[in-house]
Write a protein that binds this ligand. Structure first.
Ligand SMILES: C[S@@+](CC[C@H](N)C(=O)[O-])C[C@H]1O[C@@H](n2cnc3c(N)ncnc32)[C@H](O)[C@@H]1O
Length: 341
């Protein structure tokens, strides 16, 4: 924190948290109640200001580790005299963990979080599984976190981290979307838009039903499919791309992901790596595609990963069948035990 003296007008916006009791009593800081919203790394502060203007009944806390950014926001606040904004200068992971109680935040915004885009820099990234776990615990039930990035590699990482935790569920049928209508863009967001760089928006909600003791029942029949038709074995699933589906089964959020295809098996058979998460229960396993005579293909579970054949696992086999049929329209289903009801 800067050692320069701050004016009285500015001091009222800054939380002198190192000398306060933790977690901070936000009702007393804001002198009242209302939805509590955090923006992490607010940069020039324009987004935070706009939200505070649009939602005068809500309370906004900006967390920023760059003192220069904090100073810019103070200037804006002084000019406008907004009363529902406070600033915490510090590292977001530490601040979120210590200054906020569990179940207290209605919304968290993280836009274009940090510059560690490359895979080799992943340990320096803000979005890590430990951080996301803390973040999820600080959200109230139905509270939401929005994360935006214009880095494709970072977006993949964020998707994996979010999928790896058990408290949050995406608001879309997929981890992220390329547009979020009705937003006032941040500075970096506008820059990406002007340059035509695709943006990945994640909006994940803390769900009430994500109980850790969800019972995940076995399905009666083992999931498998037989397909038939003429196709080129060498080209089989050549253009495969990782795909994720999200559904709800009996109130439990289910994530199904087909990750990668391996083709170096005996007789050219394929092995597809899959991940299925049902509530807090996650399984990684293989699905085999076995080439039989007379143009027939059998899709079935591999013993790899020893999967428990749950509803989600059955879905994964069915989804792979759909992917195969979409890639090779000359094939047709001969038999299947993976109808989705
Ligand atoms: C790339 S800028 C984006 C600024 C703004 N969110 C926007 O979209 O225009 C990232 C901001 O996050 C802040 N930041 C990065 N990591 C942080 C951390 N661990 N704790 C607090 N602030 C952080 C940086 O200081 C910087 O202001």
């Amino acid at each position: 924190m800067s050692l320069l003296p701050l004016s009285e007008a500015v001091l009222k916006y800054l939380i002198p948290w190192p000398s306060e009791d933790w977690p901070v009593d936000w009702d007393s800081v804001f002198d009242g109640k209302g939805p509590l919203v955090v923006e992490i790394g607010f940069g020039n502060g324009a987004f935070l200001m706009e939200q505070a203007r649009q939602h005068p009944q809500a309370r906004f806390v900006g967390i920023e580790r760059a003192w220069g950014s904090a100073k810019r926001l103070f200037k804006r606040l002084e000019t406008e005299g907004l009363d529902n904004v406070r600033v915490v200068e510090g590292d977001a992971a530490f601040v979120l963990n210590h200054l906020f109680e569990p179940d207290c935040l209605d919304r968290i915004y993280i836009h274009f979080p940090d510059p560690w885009y490359k895979e080799r820099h992943h340990s320096r990234r803000l979005i890590q599984s430990g951080f996301v776990q803390v973040l999820a615990e600080k959200l109230v039930l139905d509270g939401e976190v929005t994360i935006a990035t214009d880095q494709a590699e970072y977006a993949e990482w964020i998707a994996e981290v979010l999928e790896g935790q058990s408290l949050l569920v995406s608001q879309f049928g997929c981890p992220s979307v390329p547009e979020l209508p009705g937003r006032v863009p941040t500075r970096y967001e506008q820059k990406a838009m002007d340059q035509g760089v695709p943006i990945h928006y994640f909006v994940w909600r803390r769900e009430a039903c994500l109980s850790l003791d969800v019972t995940v029942e076995r399905v009666g029949t083992m999931p498998n499919m037989i397909l038939e038709g003429t196709f080129d074995r060498d080209q089989f699933l050549r253009r495969f791309e990782t795909q994720t589906w999200q559904e709800t089964y009996r109130g439990v959020p289910v994530v199904v992901k087909l990750i990668e295809v391996y083709g170096q098996l005996k007789d050219g058979h394929r092995l597809v790596m899959a991940m299925v998460k049902e509530g807090a229960f996650q399984q990684m396993f293989g699905i085999l595609v076995i080439f039989r005579g007379e143009g027939k293909l059998l899709i079935k579970l591999s013993s790899m990963g020893q999967p428990r054949p749950t509803w989600g696992v059955k879905q994964a086999v069915g989804r792979l069948g759909e992917v195969v049929l979409a890639a090779h329209p000359e094939l047709r289903v001969v038999s299947s035990t993976v109808s989705t009801d």
